[in-house]
Design a protein around this ligand. Structure first.
Ligand code: ATR
Length: 284
């Protein structure tokens, strides 16, 4: 059993709600397997007191935190130093508390997205053609920024509310185009991938009505939602014979650079996906 000592490195995840976060499971499994004197805990600050919570961590009593819904944007605004990828995403999923009081913001969601595509759709080339991205909230903005940086020649943002897609496209410039979700039949033509970054498909939320049959047969279909793992959107893609990439793989892969930042080591070889699937109640 791992002991907590006077030298234990403390990190964690802040969100609201945070109870269902899989990050504590993933990070603590890695810590156990690597025998690192560290711990990773969930924090659920009151919604209007996140800023005070973060201020209280200044100075490094806690090494760092991952940040999840709904605090990613405010987390960015509280940092003294911001990485380029966090700036481009307009959100932070990592805050590091340096001993001198500095707060450093980073965003590893893009690493997670690209890593998941590489793992589950081997051979997929970001630069090979246009990519359709569904949604224009915080998750979509981060994904669009990461895709552009990774060399996507064109990202077509489709959203129910066109104005929000236009705002994201305006902020990211050049290769990012905005269209209404209803224009999907046109926008899906010739894409190499379709990525769902809306909250549709989440248990309890509505489902997405997307004409995936109009994508090229070679298109890769990804869903950032992972509860359930096989969303109706991914099921539709699989039934059409498209290659699919799931949100759990993205979650695990964004955790890798976070772990390295907090604990100074690469995570050990361990099937954390199987552990997470066990908790999600999924057999695969
Ligand atoms: P997040 O921070 O996770 O991105 P968000 O900012 O609330 O969450 O954004 C949710 C996104 O999902 C929005 O793009 C929303 O579309 P609108 O901007 O038109 O509201 C999209 N969304 C949610 N449910 C949807 C549904 N059933 N069909 C289509 N889009 C949906």
């Amino acid at each position: 059993m791992r002991r907590i000592t006077g030298a234990t490195i403390v990190a964690g995840v802040a969100g609201s709600p945070v109870t269902h976060s899989l990050s504590p499971l993933i990070h603590n499994a890695w810590l156990d397997a690597a025998g690192i004197d560290g711990v990773y805990v969930p924090f659920q600050p009151a919604g209007d007191r996140f800023d005070r919570f973060v201020e209280g961590l200044r100075g490094g009593a806690v090494r760092g935190i991952n940040v999840t819904i709904p605090f990613k944007e405010v987390a960015l605004s509280m940092a003294d130093e911001v990485s380029k990828r966090a700036h481009d995403a307009a959100a932070a999923n990592v805050l590091v508390f340096e001993p001198d009081g500095t707060i450093v913001a980073d965003n590893t969601d893009g690493v997670g997205l690209l890593g998941a595509m590489k793992a589950q759709a081997p051979g997929f080339e970001i630069a090979a053609g246009p990519i359709a991205l569904l949604g224009a909230g915080g998750a979509a903005r981060g994904a669009a920024a990461a895709l552009v940086t990774a060399g996507a020649p064109e990202v077509r943002i489709l959203n129910r509310t066109l104005a929000k897609a236009e705002a994201v496209a305006g902020a990211l410039g050049g290769g990012v185009k905005a269209c209404p979700l209803s224009a999907a039949p046109e926008a899906f033509k010739g894409v190499t991938a379709v990525i769902n970054a809306t909250s549709a498909g989440l248990s309890g939320e509505g489902t997405l009505d997307a004409p995936l049959e109009l994508t090229p047969e070679t298109a890769v279909v990804m869903d950032m939602v992972y509860k359930p793992l096989l969303t109706p959107f991914l099921k539709q893609a699989q039934d059409l014979g498209r290659r699919t990439v799931d949100g759990l793989e993205m979650l695990i892969r964004q955790a890798v650079p976070s772990f390295e930042t907090f604990y100074g080591r690469t995570p050990p070889e361990l099937d954390v996906r199987a552990l997470a699937l066990g908790v999600l109640g999924e057999g695969r």
